[in-house]
Design a protein around this ligand. Structure first.
Ligand code: GUN
Ligand code: ZN
Length: 492
């Protein structure tokens, strides 16, 4: 039983949780965004991150501190919290990212974990190996063995009440990711970052990111806090949260600001291309694009970094509110429209709808059908599973129309795309209260036909008649043999 993390609310695979960080004596609400602080150059000071942006936790790199004499001495003397002047929780990375960039580093897991402990880190990290995507299976498997050994070494290091990350590697091999996650979950370590996804993000491979996270989640317990290592673009947070990620770290706010790039939840814009600022944060209300372009480089970088952070934290709050309201997937669906690669990510999420269905609440506020992808949501799959267990009398009329025409049948059930049939008594229960556009699409009709098929297959001795509003021939053909159909839109 892991006692540092508690779930408060869930929606699809997403959750609101509380991460208890004993060494900092704080509780961090998740989903949480950890701004990345480069100990050598701070675009926005940690004090400002806490006071102005409400950052409860940040992440910095213990390896850079360890290898820079002046920082190392100060950190050992004053401690990380005083050195950075940050009142919340501090996570430290180990140098693994440098390892993946430069091929080698000069510390062991034992040394760097002890150092992280000595400088007062609240969440430390072993030296995992961030195996990139698409490498040979042999390499992914053998590097994963090394990462696993290092997690086992980490278990033996005395770190007091510092929490320790157990990164999950395995490249783009779902079975290796799942195995890595199972192994990590069985250690005494505390937080579970999904590692080496930065190359996927940089190449807009959101569908592959979703598959990697889905695989890791299969190997982790529901009570495992999951961090998406190095993921910082607000456009993809909703998608990653819906897959079950709880923590993010963003260097993007500062890195992008350096190149005059302006973050929005619909993607990144270059300051040179903006005629208007589509944001009402303090930076964007005080400036227009021309002002921003004309201020000195350093001030502009800071202003853009501040805007980028405002957008990023705003999106985290929006996601938390969506989880509370039970409409996280509607938000993911909106974000999916920002870029075809995001749409691919959302479609990949729906490929895992059965996995998400297990944590999706049975009842929520509303189901809005806002794209043909909605027909593949976990709620639809759950309703179809239910239909496979429902019993009907000998002769049933399933109809999109008026129940009064059902005189000659034993019972009349309602039919609503994308769910399909259901007893009228369920009409007022989630998700059958869904708001669906009148101008239905084919995906919704096909899903409804699948629902009919599930009910028919579960009741082989009953007779079914379907009253539909002009379903096309191709959809009707998918119904099981023996279902009689009546087109309610035709004169009879
Ligand atoms: N930062 C971004 N990706 C990674 C990773 O895979 N491991 C570690 N330790 N840090 C990272
Ligand atoms: Zn702004």
């Amino acid at each position: 039983m892991r006692d540092c993390f508690e779930l408060r609310d869930t929606d699809a695979g997403g959750r609101i949780g509380e991460l208890r960080v004993p060494r900092a004596d704080v509780t961090v609400e998740t989903p949480a965004l950890l701004p990345v602080i480069n100990p050598n150059l701070q675009t926005i000071s940690p004090r400002r991150l806490a006071d102005e942006f409400g950052a409860e936790m940040l992440i910095t790199n213990s390896y850079i501190i360890h290898n820079t004499d002046s920082l190392r001495e100060r950190a050992l003397e004053e401690g990380l919290h005083d050195m950075l002047d940050f009142p919340g929780a501090i996570m430290t990375d180990s140098g693994s990212f440098q390892l993946s960039e430069y091929g080698e580093i000069t510390v062991t897991t034992e040394e760097i974990l002890e150092f992280q402990y000595e400088i007062g880190s609240d969440v430390g990290t072993p030296v995992d190996i961030p195996t990139p995507p698409d490498v040979s299976r042999e390499r992914a498997a053998s590097e994963l063995e090394t990462t696993k050994e290092r997690l086992e070494v980490a278990e033996g290091v005395d770190v007091g009440d510092m929490l320790v990350n157990a990164p999950v590697q395995g490249s783009t091999y779902p079975d290796l990711r799942e195995d890595a996650a199972r192994h990590a979950d069985a250690t005494v370590l505390d937080v579970f970052p999904v590692g080496a996804v930065v190359p996927l993000m940089n190449d807009y491979r959101y569908a592959d990111m979703v598959d990697v996270v889905a695989a890791a989640k299969r190997g982790l317990g529901a009570d495992a806090p999951v961090h998406l290592f190095g993921a910082g673009h607000p456009m993809m947070f909703a998608l990653a949260v819906a897959m079950g990620c709880d923590l993010f770290d963003s260097a993007a706010y500062a890195l992008y600001a350096r190149d005059d790039r302006y973050l929005t939840v619909r993607g990144t814009r270059h300051l040179d291309d903006l005629d208007y600022l589509p944001c009402s944060c303090p930076v964007c209300t005080a400036h227009d694009p021309d002002d921003l372009r004309s201020i000195p480089d350093e001030d502009r970088e800071e202003a853009l970094a501040a805007h980028n952070l405002h957008v990023t934290f705003e999106e985290i709050r929006r996601i938390k509110q969506a989880i509370r309201a039970g409409n996280l997937l509607e938000l993911v669906e909106q974000r999916a429209r920002a870029h075809p690669a995001m749409l691919d990510g959302y479609r990949a999420l729906l490929d895992h709808a059965e996995q998400l269905e297990r944590t999706d609440p049975v009842s929520k506020g509303s189901f809005f059908y806002t794209s043909h992808e909605s027909a593949r949501r976990p709620e639809v799959i759950r309703h179809h599973e239910r239909l496979a267990r429902l019993e009907v009398p000998d002769a049933v009329f399933l109809t999109e129309g008026d129940p009064s025409s059902a005189g000659e049948y034993d019972d009349s059930w309602r039919v609503e795309p994308p769910f399909g049939p259901f007893p009228r008594a369920l009409s007022k229960s989630y998700p059958l209260t869904a708001e669906v556009p009148d101008r239905t699409d084919r995906a919704a009709l096909e899903a409804a036909a699948r629902g009919v098929a599930r009910l028919v297959e579960a009741n082989p001795d009953s007779e079914f008649t379907l009253g539909h509003r002009g379903w096309p021939e191709g959809v009707l053909e998918a119904l099981p043999d023996g279902v009689e159909t009546i087109d309610l839109t035709r004169d009879r």
